[in-house]
Ligand binder design. Sequence first.
Ligand SMILES: [Zn+2]
Length: 110
Amino acid sequence: MVMVIFGRPWLPDPVIHARTPVGQACAQCAEPIGPDDRGRYASALRFERGALVEVTAPVHMECDIRCAVGGAPHLFNGGTTPWRGTYRQEALRVVAALNEVRQRSQAEPL
Ligand SMILES: [Zn+2]
C-alpha cells in the first residue's frame, strides 16, 4: 500500500506526495488543513443520504499520530484527568511530547 501524504515529508518512501488540501476539513479534528500543515489521506466513513460511504479524506499528521498512540490523559496521567481542549490541541500536545522524547534520543523531530 502506498501512502499519500501532503506537506513537508514526514513518512519514509514509498509515498505519493500530493498537494496540501488547504481549507479541507481534517477527518479527525474537523479543523481546516492549513497551508503549512502536513498529513496524509486516509479512509473514512461518512453518512451520505442515509448510507455509510467510504471516502478518502485528509488528516493532519498530528491528529493521525494522536489517533494511533492515544490521547493526552492516557499518555501523561494514567487517564485520570480528562483532556479539556480540542482534539487538535491534544494532537499537537501529544506530538510535542513525542518530540521531546525523540530529542533526548537525538532523533529528528516528527
Ligand atoms: Zn486534524
